[in-house]
Design a protein around this ligand. Structure first.
Ligand code: NAD
Length: 497
């Protein structure tokens, strides 16, 4: 990294202090913010001394304040680095996560007890390879009679990121690539139930970053995260942008914090199958999609609406793919296991946390049905108002509803999605029906004739993200979601034609 000029140091110090709304974490340092940043930033090649209170290393700190202090310095140092250095940092992060993805998947699986190890390996590989990097930030220029206007993507500064237990390592990897590509530093408050695998990920990321010549503590994390530390992060003056990935509680808290937030919330993705669909393929896609990582991914199919004339065929094909169809007596026992208390029709019920993310075989074992760990999915033939349809269970139990025609299927899909605007799919060869559902469902991701994970680039085209911000409108987030647009105008000159 090239050293900063005095003017640059002053600018960064002023900018940071200004954005921190008067409660800059650097003010806790023994020197002034400007002096502290200046000392750090003028010697970016030298080892950055650990701030007061840091004991744990490689980006892991005891308190929110310590994280923010270290990340603020790291942000200043990254701002002083070249774009080429940023590209090298991201390349090193991708390489390290490809190398350690399997080990981190194992760690996440062992610690959280959720999902399937082999699918977590795929998730880590997916985010390492397909999360957009610095190349996403293409400057825009407009020229005309009145000169030239340049728009560039600038960082926010220090981002406070809150991550879920369902995709702990992949969300951290994905957020890191997107946020650092945009020039930010990050303070993570991870899910308390995924602390160890998350800290292991943070440490590896920091080692990859410093190994590529990047700043220390570009990625930081609170060693023992709690809801309290998440709340502190949300309200801290040193955080310039919040990015939260989780259920309705954390989204609501972030949006009420008074800070700008990129909020990725819950979903209840419906799949519609009409009479024109390739039924065998739709069945394969549904079993794969709804069974992926035991259905803990927010985009996984959570209910199916199938036109009655092809329903028997679909269920038969899904069983051929290994899905287990419960009979009505088994369904009654399953309801008692899945829900803490059976909710009224058409309502979201509180689900039994012990079964979230468990293998289908284990869930079936609770109702006296023996199936091996290879069983990918439980399916249930249910009426449209069954609570399984209306609840985000996050387990491999997929309700299937028979409907008279495709229009009713689309309407029910819209209602069951609860207006989250998250994800949905349709299996059909009727282009009018596909277009109709695309418009009506109004989700961030709509997949036609494939599993919804294809919308994350897993078996489909395009980049990936594990933070799909529907409530705040960014959709699949990437470097641009974590950037501010800044415009510079040259009046009456620099048009060269
Ligand atoms: P969760 O909401 O329980 O926890 C997510 C994070 O938010 C954790 O770090 C948790 O500590 C924190 N948190 C929770 N409530 C909070 C509050 N009131 N104040 C501050 N912090 C709070 O979710 P989870 O069980 O880890 O993940 C599953 C949920 O997340 C599902 O609803 C799923 O659909 C959703 N999710 C959404 C996306 C997306 O991209 N839209 C991605 C993954 C998960």
């Amino acid at each position: 990294m090239s050293p900063l000029s005095e003017a640059q140091v002053e600018r960064i110090a002023r900018e940071l202090a200004g954005r921190m709304g008067g409660s800059a974490p650097l003010a806790r340092s023994r020197t002034s913010p400007a002096g502290y940043v200046a000392r750090m930033a003028l010697t970016p090649q030298a080892p950055v001394p650990e701030p007061v209170g840091a004991r744990l290393g490689d980006g892991v700190f005891a308190t929110v304040d310590d994280c923010i202090e270290a990340a603020t310095i790291a942000f200043a140092n990254l701002s002083a680095a070249t774009l080429e250095k940023r590209r090298e940092i991201i390349a090193a992060v991708r390489a390290a996560m490809r190398e350690h993805g399997e080990e981190l998947a194992r760690h996440a699986h062992t610690e959280t007890g959720l999902g399937r190890f082999e699918h977590k390996v795929l998730k880590n590989r997916l985010v390492a390879e397909k999360t957009p990097g610095p190349e996403d930030l293409v400057p825009e220029t407009v020229t005309g009679d009145h000169g030239l206007t340049l728009t560039e993507w600038a960082p926010f500064g220090v981002i406070g990121a809150i991550t879920p237990t369902t995709n702990p390592t992949s969300t951290i990897i994905c957020n890191t690539i997107g946020m650092v590509s945009a020039g930010n530093s990050v303070v993570f408050n991870v899910h308390p139930g995924a602390t160890e695998c998350s800290m292991a990920t943070i440490r590896l990321l920091n080692r990859a970053i410093t190994g590529a010549g990047g700043p220390q503590n570009l990625i930081t994390a609170v060693a023992r995260p709690t809801i309290g530390s998440a709340t502190e992060l949300m309200h801290h003056g040193g955080i310039n942008l919040l990015v939260v990935t989780g259920g309705p509680g954390v989204v609501k808290a972030a949006m009420q914090s008074g800070k700008r937030s990129v909020s990725a919330g819950p979903g209840n993705p419906p799949a519609v199958v009409d009479a024109t669909a390739d039924i065998a393929k739709a069945a394969r896609d549904l079993v794969h999609g709804a069974g992926f990582d035991n259905n803990i991914i927010c985009v996984d199919e959570k209910e199916v609406f199938v036109v009655a004339e092809v329903a028997d065929g679909l269920i038969k094909e899904m069983r051929r793919c290994g899905a287990y169809l419960v009979d009505q007596a088994e369904l009654r026992r399953l309801e008692k296991e899945v829900f803490v208390e059976m909710p009224p029709p058409r309502t979201h019920g509180a689900v039994n946390k012990d079964l979230v993310g468990k293998n289908a075989g284990e869930i079936l074992g609770r109702i006296g049905v023996r199936q091996g760990p290879e069983c990918p999915l439980v399916i249930a033939d249910v009426p449209e108002d069954h609570p399984l349809v209306w609840s985000e269970q996050l387990m491999p139990v997929l309700p299937i509803v028979r409907v008279p025609d495709v229009d009713r299927a689309i309407e029910l899909a819209r209602e069951a999605e609860h207006g989250f605007g998250h994800s949905a799919s349709m299996h059909s060869r009727d282009i009018d029906a596909l277009s109709r559902m695309a418009r009506v469902i109004n989700t961030s991701i709509f997949v036609k004739n494939g599993p919804i994970v294809a919308g994350l680039g897993a078996g489909g085209e395009g980049p990936t993200s594990f933070t799909i911000a529907s409530p705040t409108g960014e959709g699949l987030t990437g470097p641009r979601s974590f950037s501010r647009r800044r415009r510079c105008v040259m009046v009456d000159h620099f048009r060269i034609v």
